[in-house]
Design a protein around this ligand. Structure first.
Ligand code: ATP
Length: 481
């Protein structure tokens, strides 16, 4: 089977896989099947209109066809968005040389080499002759003067004309009117919807709770008012590692139509006395002035620690501050939803679970079979997999977390890719390979349940553990079914 037909086969199994479409496009160009190549690149651009490799692929195909002005338009479009794309400058150099504009061709060649000293186009360099060699030599010597290794193509160099200049002006931070966390999304951000509830398999109860607490109140304010309900509150999600809590926190940003702030612990903790409390206060102030909003704390157990277990007063002060900030939200009726996630809820100070704080708690267990089906379908999407039997795989992976399932797919992709590299043709991921990897993998959620057991037993009356208790008391054969 030729390389091109092998790629066609793989693509039939995964028709919207951008990497395979690109591979197909490149293979078609090599075999001068230009119509098919153009079709493949256009399909990549339908998925991602800014995909540079596809734009340049189209430019190359047009150039081979003799349409140099069409090719130039495509390349210039890339350079408008990405002026430091060495491959685009190199291609433009070739286009200009073809049009007889040798001076500008050299200029573009120089730009390409200055951006990435490792770019090559042997044919072009031969046609540009000695002058191309001069460009390489002069770039090499200016690099040596700047003490930068010539061969480092992974470190793009400043564009032509900026070599060695003082760049500090480019790095002056834009001043913010107010403090913002590193991860925040405003309603109009295009990035935010890339991960949403559809990206998370299972967890239906949690998804609905988030809709009730923040999405519906924003969509139907009058209705909520009529029933005396308001947006906001606190939700604590907990469960074994790898079950998708962090993924879910990110997906919330894709669903809610309001501001979203995810707080990293490093944005709170500060060794100077009183600074951590001040930072935490600042976070809540920012949330208040941007409400309605969602405020997210992953690894909550490191922040909301049980005060009975800490001696150092700074940590106790921080916990007190956190509690009073949460109470403040309730008092001033802020439309702020606070979501915290943890693997070890038993390490939290019980005061966090009082009404008005994290009063809604949701246990995220390892996914049951229907949830595993959803996760497997998500993980398999756009991957070249031959004869995937989702139900069989879901049955075989009882007790696996979403992260464990991801490992199975990642490992299978790695092994198939390694075979593809050695045989120089795409090798679809086979169901046998997925099954083999899954059979030899031992999920670790049992350890989490064993660790949870004493806490669950000690707190027999605590509603927090109702679902964990149910899970532990189910016959082992029925768990995760
Ligand atoms: P930890 O407590 O260790 O941080 P976690 O519960 O937050 O674990 P994630 O980090 O969200 O779990 O999951 C790891 C990865 O596993 C995710 O990025 C995702 O690829 C996959 N995954 C886990 N659960 C799901 C799920 N329910 N749906 C889809 N993918 C999932």
């Amino acid at each position: 089977m030729s390389r091109l037909s092998a790629i066609r086969d793989a693509l039939a199994k995964s028709p919207n896989n951008p990497s395979l479409l690109l591979l197909h496009g490149h293979a078609c160009v090599e075999e001068l099947q230009l119509d098919e190549a153009l079709k493949m690149y256009e399909r990549v651009l339908d998925i991602d209109p800014d995909q540079i490799e596809a734009q340049l692929g189209i430019a190359r195909a047009l150039l081979i066809r003799g349409d140099s002005s069409g090719a130039a338009v495509r390349v210039e479009r890339v350079l408008q968005n990405e002026d430091d794309c060495a491959q685009a400058h190199l291609l433009l150099s070739r286009i200009l040389l073809g049009e007889g504009d040798r001076a500008r061709a050299l200029e573009q060649f120089e730009k390409a080499v200055r951006i990435d000293a490792a770019v090559t186009d042997v044919g072009l360099e031969q046609e540009l002759g000695r002058s191309a060699a001069d460009v390489r030599r002069s770039v090499a010597s200016s690099l040596l003067q700047n003490d930068t290794p010539f061969s480092s193509s992974s470190d793009p160099l400043p564009p032509s004309g900026d070599m060695g200049s003082d760049m500090s002006d480019d790095f002056i931070d834009e001043p913010f009117d107010e403090w913002r966390p590193e991860t925040f999304f405003t309603p109009g951000d295009s990035e935010r919807t890339k991960v949403n509830f559809d990206s998370v398999g299972g967890m239906e109860e949690l998804k609905e709770e988030i809709r009730i607490k923040i999405i519906y109140p924003l969509q139907h304010p009058d209705l909520y008012k009529a029933y005396g309900r308001k947006a906001g509150g606190g939700i604590l999600i907990f469960g074994p590692p790898g079950c998708g809590k962090t993924l879910m926190l990110r997906a919330v940003a894709g669903e809610v139509g309001c501001n979203y702030f995810a707080i990293g612990l490093h944005e709170i903790f500060d060794p100077y006395f009183g600074s951590s409390e001040r930072n935490l206060h600042q976070i809540f102030e920012t949330a208040r002035s941007n409400s309605p909003c969602v405020l997210v704390f992953d690894e909550l157990d490191s922040l909301a620690v049980d005060r009975r277990n800490v001696r150092e007063s700074p940590m106790r002060n921080l916990v007190n501050q956190f509690l009073s900030e949460l109470d403040g939200l309730r008092a001033d009726q802020s439309r702020i939803l606070v979501i915290g996630a943890t693997n070890s809820p038993w390490n939290l100070d019980p005061a966090f679970r009082r009404p008005g704080r994290f009063d809604q708690t949701i246990f995220v267990p390892p996914p049951d079979r229907p949830a595993r089906v959803q996760i497997i379908e998500l993980l398999a999407k756009d991957k070249p997999i031959a004869h995937l039997d989702v139900d069989t795989l879901a049955k075989l992976t009882k007790g696996f977390t979403g992260a464990d399932l991801k490992y199975v797919f990642d490992r299978a992709a790695e092994l198939s890719l390694s075979e593809a590299v050695h045989t120089n043709r795409p090798v679809p991921i086979s169901m046998d390979l997925l099954t083999d990897i899954a059979k030899n993998y031992h999920p670790a959620t049992d350890d989490w349940f064993e660790g949870a057991r004493p806490h669950v037993q000690q707190s027999a009356q605590d509603g927090l553990y109702t679902d964990v208790r149910k899970f532990l008391s189910a016959p082992s054969g029925a768990r995760n079914e």
